[in-house]
Design a protein around this ligand. Structure first.
Ligand code: SDX
Length: 428
């Protein structure tokens, strides 16, 4: 039964409905606030604002819990695989054996892109950041797949969803190959999703590419860890773009653009660059001091989170995966890993970080792992985008299928000039 909240506003008051979810904080429904009181709420960073109702992902920031359709991330990462997680995020349940086989069949056979897509790449400079190429190429998919852009058609929505999940790895691998001047490698239907991605990135025509099962498993797990994360900045971007009725390819391109920022998905690239800049353990105190200095814009990249005020559950699994990959590759005493582990130890015992509840997030160890897998830092956020595509598309689909869905149109607190009359240039 819904409770109510009374808002006293001077001589006015407003009765607001309280709503409860399955788990997590209740919400105060303020949809009628402006109509009834002429007042807006004000929350620029959305720190206290629920933008939607969703059944996909739940995060408990204080406890460091992340659930996808109710299943804990550590169980999905340890016992499942990425395409199974994609099915779960899209359809709400873990697939049966036949559902899984059918889903894998369809995703696998949508991994090729229209051959003319390759001409888009030749328009970019070779040294273009691969994220710039991804924003352009994913947005361009809507120029090729008109038959899955009618968002009112459930079949077209599902085809677009499968196409997005299937084609972003291919476009990402093409961005990498173009960046390094090697020929594109076509997808192979006999490989798993992660194996296929590694193959498209690292195979060359001159010799067979040997898939390392440990590295492929690590790649698959990294995809799982980055698949979805509630209403983060890029997912909110995709939802807002989709609320206007824009086609799914354009919405995902908007999500990729938002993810690029160093405060969000760009943090994995920034975190590795930071570890390289620190260089050795003895320089850590200097950077810790800079992170605490209010006058210094420097922040410890890979640390802190809007929601997690505890250890990011993904970071723990990421750290374990990092050690597995380095061990498999025989990389002993990686200087970046040594700096990362010492930095983490110092920060977790430092009053500033404890008081502000700053912990390593998913981006802190991913960079070291991805570098060990052979990717350049410029590809780190691209990999994040490949994994997050399923989360964006699942959230987009949930929004489109919500019968109460309307265009997102926030208001503002206006502090600009009051109305005034035009001045001709001689009177200014
Ligand atoms: C992702 O939202 C998601 O779910 C995102 C994500 C996902 O899966 O989609 O989890 C992926 O984006 C992870 C976060 C990656 N970003 C970084 O690692 C960049 C470094 N982190 C910060 O920029 C910051 O922590 C944010 C952006 C992640 C969170 O910013 P908030 O919530 O706006 O917090 P804030 O900036 O207000 O910080 C609160 C305080 C501030 O000090 P005061 O002004 O209160 O004195 O903590 C300080 C900040 O200065 N602080 C840091 C810090 N992060 C916050 N100080 C030093 N180093 C940091 N990293």
């Amino acid at each position: 039964m819904n409770q109510s909240a009374k808002l006293a506003l001077g001589d006015k008051s407003a009765e607001l409905t309280l709503r409860s979810g399955t788990i997590g904080p209740d919400v105060v429904d303020i949809a009628s606030l402006y109509k009834n009181t002429g007042l807006f709420t004000y929350d620029p960073g959305f720190t206290s604002t629920a933008s939607c109702e969703s059944k996909i992902t739940y995060i408990d920031g204080d406890e460091g819990v992340l659930l996808h359709r109710g299943y804990p991330i550590d169980q999905l990462a340890e016992r499942g695989d990425f395409l199974e997680t994609c099915y779960l995020l899209l359809y709400g349940e873990l697939p049966t054996a036949s559902e899984r086989a059918d889903f894998v069949y369809h995703v696998t056979r949508h991994t090729m892109v229209h051959e003319q897509m390759s001409r888009f790449y030749t328009g970019f400079r070779r040294d273009a950041h691969p994220m710039a190429v991804m924003v352009g190429s994913v947005g361009a998919l809507s120029a090729f797949y008109h038959d899955s852009t009618d968002i009112t058609d459930p079949h077209q929505r599902m085809v677009a969803s499968i196409r997005m999940i299937a084609k972003t790895p291919t476009l990402a691998a093409m961005a990498y190959k173009y960046h390094i001047g090697q020929p594109f490698v076509y997808p192979r239907n006999d490989l798993s999703y992660a194996e296929n991605f590694l193959h498209m990135c690292f195979a060359v025509p001159c010799e067979p590419y040997q898939i390392n099962p440990v590295l492929a498993k690590a790649m698959d797990r990294i995809f799982i860890l980055h698949a979805d994360h509630e209403q983060n900045a890029s997912t909110s971007t995709v939802r807002l773009a989709g609320s206007s009725g824009a086609n799914p390819f354009a919405c995902i391109a908007a999500g990729i653009a938002c993810l690029w920022g160093p405060a969000h998905g760009g943090a994995n690239e920034a975190a590795l660059n930071m570890l390289a800049e620190i260089g050795s353990k003895d320089r850590i105190p200097e950077f810790i001091a800079r992170a605490k200095d209010k006058n210094d814009p420097f922040r410890l990249m890979g640390f802190g989170h809007r929601v997690y005020k505890n250890y990011d559950p993904r970071a723990k699994i990421m750290q374990q995966t990092c050690h597995e990959v380095l061990n498999e590759l025989g990389i002993k005493d990686d200087p970046l890993l040594e700096v990362a582990m010492e930095l983490e130890h110092i920060a977790l015992h430092d009053e500033y970080f404890i008081e502000k509840k700053l912990y390593p997030n998913v981006d802190f160890y991913s960079g070291i792992t991805l570098k060990a897998l052979g990717f350049p830092t410029t590809m780190f956020t691209v990999l994040f985008a490949v994994a997050r595509t399923v989360g964006w598309i699942a959230q987009w689909k949930e929004m489109i299928e919500d019968p109460h869905q309307r265009i997102g149109r926030p208001r503002q607190l206006y502090t600009g000039a009051p109305q005034r009359d035009y001045l001709s240039v001689g009177d200014r």
